[in-house]
Design a binder for this molecule. Structure first.
Ligand code: UGA
Length: 438
């Protein structure tokens, strides 16, 4: 199929490359010429394992091109809208400026048999509104919604072999049939492999996405709330998570207590969901998400407090090594990163913070040039009065406490991801502080 992908950010770039890899002819469209040049060369503009290889492989087939000219979308049968929907400034709501602009620019390029497919995460009701706009324009094109569930760090795998597909279709039977047929053709490979498919209406497809992220956020904050209780009772939240996780109805995944969730999705999606529910007169239905957000933010305070305690209550001018800046490992994304937030808060308390990360230094420096960035782990650790690990990259997770003990001034470690074996660190002479662990 001939496909256009409007928006070549995280979602769009990976989706465009994956579609080309699966045999489609794809043009990726974006307004940023620097990003487009990089993509066209096979350079991923952000760190994502496997993406450079995928771009190069897709480019070799000649099926993947990039352009800043929306007119290049003409001739494609399926047009994916994959632009961002960030949190609005000064509000919880999602900013739909980019989605609306992408659709408006696409309208003059559409032919009667085309299908416009929304992929961006949007407030429920957006697809219906955009479908009306597409119909009103009179090209004869129809709209479908196809939410995306890819995780940063696993985006290539998630795009090539998704764990499920959701098609949100028009209430008009003809438009629904055209949307479904086009999407079945786009995802023929995954469907032939028996990937579960849910064919539904617009509203359900939009809600599937935000409710999935709300559920994941709730799971993380639930275990972090248990960590708060563990902290005052002497219990160990990691053992508690193991024990409840053996119940298959609960499951151990996403029960990792620590500094909490961040990134470009979970925080803004739960806030956007609250704002939309409020507009719909159902604010109370998701009011618990406010608590989920609050529990999450309190975990950052707790990590900072642990550092202050490790410095005997006198943080001023003390050297602290902050291991990690990305919101999670295998990513260079620092959007709403708990790790970066902890570093900035410590800096604000007068701490001499030395921060490091294998991939995210450049992105972090752009937003917070005031931090002292160290390219190597040793450099960050040298003479530290305390060490705080906030992103569980393997190189931090598997640190040998005996080996690094000689580098620091004081053996104080704060395990912001509950990744370490406290006994091993204590045996090497460290004072260990985890989150919700004795
Ligand atoms: C999330 C969802 O997992 C994807 O399914 C979704 O497609 C994506 O958002 C999106 O909306 O585009 P992502 O933001 O890449 O994916 O990251 P996650 O793996 O969900 O992690 C989110 C945050 O939760 C990270 O900061 C991570 O460190 C934290 N986390 C995760 C925990 O604190 N504890 C855990 O047990 C798991």
């Amino acid at each position: 199929m001939r496909i256009s992908v409007i928006g070549c950010g995280y979602l769009g770039a990976v989706h465009a490359a994956a579609m080309a890899e699966l045999g489609h002819e794809v043009v990726g469209i974006d307004v940023d010429p620097v990003k487009l040049d990089a993509l066209a060369r096979g350079d991923a503009p952000f760190f994502e394992p496997g993406l450079p290889e995928l771009l190069i492989s897709a480019r070799k087939t000649g099926r993947l091109t990039f352009s800043s000219d929306i007119a290049q979308a003409r001739g494609a049968q399926v047009h994916f809208i994959a632009v961002g929907t960030p949190q609005k400034r000064g509000s919880y709501a999602a900013d739909l400026t980019y989605v609306d602009a992408a659709v408006e620019q696409l309208l003059p390029q559409l032919s009667p048999n085309d299908v416009v497919v929304g992929k961006s995460t949007v407030p429920v009701g957006t697809a219906g509104r955009l479908a009306e706009r597409v119909a009103e324009h009179g090209s004869g094109a129809v709209l479908a919604w196809n939410p995306e569930f890819l995780r940063e760090g696993f985006a290539v795998k998630d795009s090539l072999t998704p764990d499920r597909l959701v098609f949100g279709l028009s209430p008009e039977p003809d438009a629904a049939a055209r949307g479904e047929q086009a999407l079945r053709e786009v995802y023929a490979t995954a469907l032939a492999d028996d990937t579960p498919l849910v064919v539904t209406d617009y509203a359900t497809s939009e809600l599937v996405k935000v409710s999935a992220n709300a559920f994941l956020a709730t799971k993380i904050s639930f275990i972090n709330a248990m960590a708060e209780i563990a902290e005052v009772t002497g219990a160990d939240v990691t053992q508690l998570a193991d024990a409840i996780g053996f119940d298959v109805r609960i499951g151990r995944r996403f029960l990792g207590a620590g500094v909490g969730f961040g990134g470009g999705c979970l925080p803004k999606d739960i806030r956007g969901f609250m704002a939309r529910a409020e507009e719909l007169g159902r604010g109370e239905s998701v009011a618990f998400l406010k608590e989920i957000d609050a529990i999450n933010m309190r975990r950052r305070d707790r990590v900072v407090q642990h550092v202050i305690d490790a410095l005997d209550g006198e943080p001023y001018n003390k050297r602290v090594a902050v291991l990690g800046l990305a919101f999670k490992p295998h990513s260079d994304d620092v959007r709403d990163s708990p790790a970066l937030d902890v570093a900035v808060r410590l800096k604000g308390l007068g701490v001499d913070v030395r921060v490091t990360d294998p991939e995210a230094i450049e992105n972090a420096r752009r937003i917070h040039p005031q931090l002292d960035y160290r390219e190597t782990l040793d450099d960050a650790l040298r003479d530290a009065d305390a060490v705080v690990m906030v992103t569980e990259w393997d190189e931090y997770r598997y640190l040998d406490p005996a080996e690094v003990a000689g580098l620091v001034a004081n053996r104080q470690v704060i395990d912001g991801r509950n990744s370490y074996d406290p006994a091993a660190w204590r045996a090497a002479g460290w004072t260990y502080r985890g989150l919700g662990r004795p």
